[in-house]
Design a protein around this ligand. Structure first.
Ligand code: GLV
Length: 323
């Protein structure tokens, strides 16, 4: 009998094609994630779980699955939705999809940065609203990107890929990270600075840290108060790194100039969020890794991790703190 797996949403075919010959796959086909009760029901007796970042996978889910559960494979690089300690306590390895989405996410970070600086979304609305009557010397002015200072918070894979692109724009790149990376500093020509200096000196600040206890609401009132009034803040990491109320106040009061977010707290952002009343913010629906090629690679990698776990083999891409 084939092992049973539950896949919490339709994923690209590439992953399904790999899984189906070896596993009996139950795929949640709704557009929305399985509600909690359905998730708890669906996982009963499965050997493997393929999850997305929208699924809260905690000890209750693992207990509902029961002793048959051998592996949890997440189709994302971030895994703050999974209680890895609870999985480890049950000897369940957790997989994720690092590396394959690095360049695509860095590309999108730049798309947000450029769109915010050069006010592309506002310009599009201006055109569609019939406001474009003539060329104007002062229409939709924004800061130059080339030659500016980019501050990167978190110099992991994606932070480095963002820094590499900044060199093409002749930018000064400074970073702050939990660990210093002297080799990478040399290779990429980036400079380590204390967080307060990063806030004070950056024209653009881009967030690339995982969400954990030490990064939750890292960008709060105090942090925003240290930034330049001209600062543009970009977040393609996790929404929880920014306190949304503090960001709203800072943007409303022009304490900083602009924000461009791919991630929010919560997700999706509620339509009544005051952030959505502002003109100096761009909010994308968590699509930084959404290129056709990358989503295929993520689905393939998640399937490979799942298959390895079902076979009792070491996962090719196990999360660092998993068993
Ligand atoms: C997306 O946010 C991911 O973690 O892969």
């Amino acid at each position: 009998m084939k092992p049973k797996v539950f896949i919490t949403r339709a994923i690209p075919e590439a992953g399904i094609d790999l899984l189906c010959p070896i596993a009996d796959a139950d795929i949640w086909s709704d557009e929305l994630p399985p509600p909690r009760e359905s998730l708890l029901q669906k996982v009963k007796g499965v050997d493997g779980l393929l999850t997305l970042l929208t699924d809260k996978i905690d000890s209750q889910v693992m207990d509902a699955a029961g002793a048959s559960l051998k592996v949890i494979s997440q189709m994302a690089v971030g895994y703050d939705n999974i209680d890895v300690a609870a999985a480890t306590a049950r000897k369940i390895p957790v997989g994720h999809t690092p590396g394959v989405l690095t360049e695509t996410t860095a590309d999108f970070t730049w798309a947000l940065l450029m769109s915010a600086a050069r006010r592309i979304v506002e310009g599009d609305h201006y055109t569609r609203d019939g406001k474009w009557k003539t060329w104007m010397p002062t229409l939709l002015l924004g800061p130059d990107v080339h030659g500016a200072t980019l501050g990167i918070i978190g110099l992991g894979r994606i932070g480095q890929a963002v820094a590499k692109r900044a060199k093409g724009f002749d930018m000064r790149v400074i970073y702050h990270s939990a660990h210093r990376h002297p080799e990478i500093e040399k290779e990429l020509g980036v400079e380590y600075v204390p967080l307060d200096s990063l806030y004070a000196e950056s024209d653009f600040i881009s967030i690339h840290t995982p969400l954990n206890d030490s990064t939750y609401h890292l960008i709060n009132n105090a942090a925003l108060a240290k930034m330049k009034p001209s600062a543009i803040l970009i977040n393609t990491a996790r929404g929880g790194v920014i306190d949304p109320d503090a960001l709203y106040r800072a943007l409303r009061d022009k304490q900083i100039a602009y924000a461009a977010l791919d991630v929010t707290e919560p997700e999706p952002i509620p339509l009544e969020s005051p952030l959505l009343t502002l003109n100096n913010i761009i909010i994308a629906p968590h699509i930084a890794s959404a290129s056709i090629q990358t989503r295929n690679k993520m689905a393939t990698m998640a399937a490979e991790n799942l298959i390895a776990g079902l076979k009792g083999e070491k996962l090719p891409h196990r999360v660092a703190d998993s068993r």
